[in-house]
Each structure stands twice: as structure tokens, then as C-alpha cells.
Design a protein around this ligand. Sequence first.
Ligand code: SF4
Length: 235
Amino acid sequence: MANLSLTKKKSIAEEAYVELEKLYVKQEMTLDYSNAWELLVGGILGAQTTDEQVNRVTAVLFKKYPNIEDFANSSFENMMQEINSIGLYRNKAKALIGSAQKILKDFDGKIPTEREALMSLPGVGPKVASLVRGDYYGIPAIVVDTHCGRISQLLGLSNSQNPTIIEKDLMKILPEETWINWGHYLVLHGRKYCKARCRNCLACPLNDCCHYANKKSIQKKITEAKEQQLEDGCF
Ligand code: SF4
């Protein structure tokens, strides 16, 4: 586990962000939504599911259930049927109906902006709360999903496995204006270079600053591979 000084972490984060921005600045977020409720629904449905799967389901769901009231009045059985092509659909159906009912009852039909209020909704944890706050309301927040958590640790920016603690660690290191993008960029980076089971450190543009890649054993492999002009590395 990395135990770097705050100054070192800030320098890694700064360098990594510059590279991430070059790589992903033009890439859009992949969940489809047109208002805060739809983003919240996408976030709830997104647990352990790809954005593509969520978008396939919501394309139909939002036509049949165009507003929060429709979700609140849906039967559990109907909602389960609508979303049963994605994982954890029972819990997610319950969360969607419960969240819609709570928003109508406690928040006057409006999606709250405060983190605690969002997290009081069924199925909404820190990740979905940050997603809605950052992407819809533009309130600086870091979405720590599995990619963001894993890569932030590899870079040496946090030692924790807990998304809430990782988010707090990152907030001390990253400038506020980078928080929203940081989470999105690391999702894209996790798909492209830094997969959970196959890190392509040789090709990764962050390998100069990444704490993991700068460990002696890994650095040796990178150097050797570069010397042999290998284009693909996976270790
Ligand atoms: S250098 Fe390797 S460990 Fe570091 S971010 Fe890139 S792929 Fe991940």
C-alpha cells in the first residue's frame, strides 16, 4: 500500500489529470438521461451493470413511465418486469418505486441536491449521490465507482477500499474543478488501459506518474518491454 506524502500525491494527481484530460476530454458520459430523475434512475440501475445495458432498459422504461409519479404508482411486479434484463432487478425495482414515493412525499417532487438527502433515498449510495450532484447540478463531487477506486489506489492517492473514504482522500488532493471529471475519466481509463485483471502499464500514458507502475519490479518490466519495442504489455 502506498504511503505517500500529501505533496507527492498532489503532484501525481496533477500529472495524471493532465494525461487523462488529453485522453478523454471529448468523451461524453455514457448514461442517457434528460433530467435529474432519469439520471438518478440510471444511477440506481447501474449497480453491477454496464451503462449500455442500463440505456437499453431506460430507453423503453422512460417512454412507459415518463415521470416520477408513474414510477411511484407502479406495482412492484410491473417494475420488476420492466427491468428484469439487468442484474439485481428485484432490489432495483424496489429502490426505484421507493425513491419515487419518497421524492414526492418528502421533497415536493424535486430531486434533492444535498448529499445526505439523496442518500436517504432507497438504492442511493455515495456514488449515485455524487453522480447526480456533479453531473446534473454541477456541484463538485467525485463519483467513486470500482474503476475510480481501484485506479486511485494504484496511482497512490488512497489506501482505502471504502468509496466514501477514497472520495474524502481525493478531495484533499485534487482541485475542486477536477472532481466531476476525475470520476468519469477513471471509468474510461479502467476500460481502456487499467482493467481490473489486466493492466496495460506499458501502453498506459499514466505510467510515468503512477505509483504502482513505478514500483521497481513493474518499472523493470516496462523498461524491458520498451527496449524490446513491444507494443502490448499486460501485467
Ligand atoms: S500505469 Fe498501470 S496501474 Fe497505473 S494507471 Fe496505468 S495501467 Fe493502471
